[in-house]
Design a protein around this ligand. Structure first.
Ligand code: FAD
Length: 462
């Protein structure tokens, strides 16, 4: 066994939640050790588009957008329906602008307000993302800030369990990939290890509908931290909610079709050439709909939409370069690619065009068709639905302390990001609004870092 370590705050997992928690804790005087089980930091946060919602930010004010936490709460509740973490939602909305300002101003994280379209679930432009809308820049900026702030990070150091004394959590056990096991004793343990998207057993237990679908998140989300907290008596809430994605273009290569194609007017059709629902319900909600209709589908758009996405979202260029987007001259060629009846597909395209022009009501109730009716030449991509991350988890309070069903906190234990319950409804993929994942990753990381540093200072005073 290697020598044990003693710090004020030990953090399990170095994604957005863990790195934000580390910055907040170290910036408030705590000694911090950040442990990551994989070789590299970043987790799901690196795979994301790095979009964090914030209501009333100065970037919104500069762009003339009128927003406030109450409106954000109303928007997200409309998307999610009632759920068990509404108090958390109110706290996160209230904090969101301060959080984004702190990330940008204190830690040099590049976050810019996305104004060219409103994301799923938001009535105003509210998401703040890296310039290239790629989470790898968000986590690179957070890592640089951690290094600058003197946070000690150990990668390839998986935490394998919690250490308790009586009812309190007092540390973690670590088994490095190449090295001797050791213990970290700490005043506070922050679980920032994400959820259980990569754990089939837990998926089968809590969200069987998506358990067999393609998992598209980071490998590290194997759920052990959720299980440790549950075993200690944490309340589990919103357990069956998750973020799905309806348009994975190539699971092996890790390539997604940007949902902006849909927002700008693309439709998704079945292998028979028929639409199956209102695509504007969002990439997550529509994943549930596709799962009900068989896994394979086809996104159909036009060259105007393709060129728009290419210009605005560099991360999707590879999709085009790898030949996963096919351009076809008309409906017959489109039907030949999909392998469906040309007349059926032609009727689908024509009926949808009339709805997009406002001549008739859309059969599925869709009202937003972006640029309007699709026009040949068309583009098409084969897509399948998949799972991005789980949104259910442990109940936490406004300071990210882990809470039992009776409302009492488990001493010494904090959780954020995918370990904690999110704000996307009780179950399924439909309640997920864009940014819900990073909202509670960065937001709870921030409050957990602050509270654990306060606890450490308090101990010194006593
Ligand atoms: C393709 C994609 C796009 C997305 N886009 C967005 C978006 O734009 N906006 C948004 O809000 N959300 C988005 N999400 C969801 C978002 O990525 C997650 O909600 C968020 O990243 C979770 O952050 P986290 O810090 O909790 O987890 P992660 O970023 O996954 O970090 C957890 C870390 O903990 C490590 N870990 C796990 N177990 C242990 C252990 N035992 N010991 C040590 N380390 C451990 C993991 O390896 C990982 O590095 C997206 C997800 C995907 C897959």
């Amino acid at each position: 066994m290697s020598e044990d370590v003693s710090v004020d705050v030990v953090i399990v997992g170095a994604g957005a939640c863990g790195m934000v928690a580390a910055l907040a804790a170290v910036g408030n005087g705590a000694t911090v050790l950040l442990l990551e089980k994989l070789e590299n930091v970043g987790g799901n946060s690196t795979l994301s588009t790095g979009s964090i919602p914030a209501a009333g930010s100065r970037f919104q004010v500069a762009a003339g957008i009128d927003d406030n936490p109450a409106l954000m709460v109303a928007d997200l509740l409309e998307a999610s329906g009632p759920h068990e973490a509404e108090d958390l939602l109110a706290n996160m909305a209230e904090l969101s602008a301060e959080l984004v300002h702190w990330l940008v101003d204190t830690h040099g994280v590049d976050l810019q307000l996305i104004t060219d379209y409103k994301h799923v679930g938001h009535s105003v432009a509210r998401l703040h993302a890296p310039g290239d809308r790629d989470g790898k820049f968000l986590t690179a900026d957070l890592l640089a800030a951690c290094e600058k702030s003197g946070v000690t990070i150990r990668t390839s150091h998986p935490v394998v369990g919690l250490i308790t004394e009586g009812d309190a959590v007092v540390g973690v056990r670590v088994e490095p990939t190449n090295g001797q096991p050791y213990r970290v004793m700490a005043g506070s343990v922050i679980l920032a290890a994400n959820g259980y998207g990569n754990n089939k057993e837990l998926l089968k237990r809590w969200m069987p509908e998506i358990a067999d679908a393609q998992y598209f998140g980071a490998a590290g989300s194997t759920g052990e931290a959720v299980t440790w907290a549950e075993d200690l008596g944490a309340a589990m809430i919103n357990v069956s909610a998750y973020q799905g994605y309806a348009a994975i273009a190539n699971p092996e290569l890790g390539l997604l079709l940007s949902w902006t194609t849909i927002e700008m007017g693309a439709v998704i059709v079945s292998p028979e050439g028929r639409r199956v629902g209102d695509e504007s319900r969002g990439y997550s909600g529509f994943a549930s709909i596709l799962l009900e209709h068989g896994e394979t589908a086809f996104a159909v758009f036009d060259t105007k939409i393709r060129d728009y996405v290419l210009e605005n979202e560099p991360r999707f260029v590879r999709l085009f370069n790898d030949g996963l987007i096919i351009e076809v001259s008309g409906v017959d060629q489109l039907a030949a690619f999909i392998g469906c009846d040309s007349q059926t597909l032609g009727e689908t395209i024509a009926t949808t065009a009339r709805a997009a022009s406002g001549d008739i009501a859309d059969e599925f109730g869709r009202t937003n068709f972006g640029f309007g009716p699709l026009q040949a030449p068309f583009c098409v991509a084969k897509v399948t639905p998949g799972l991005f991350h789980t949104q259910g988890g442990v109940r936490v309070d406004a300071h990210a302390r882990v809470i039992r069903p009776d409302g009492t906190p488990i001493a010494g234990l904090f959780a954020g990001g995918g370990v904690a319950a999110g704000v996307s409804g009780l179950a399924g993929a439909e309640g997920y609004a864009s940014g819900n994942g990073l909202l509670t990753a960065a937001g709870l990381g921030y409050v957990a870092g602050l509270a654990s540093a306060r606890d450490a200072a308090e101990k010194v005073r006593n």
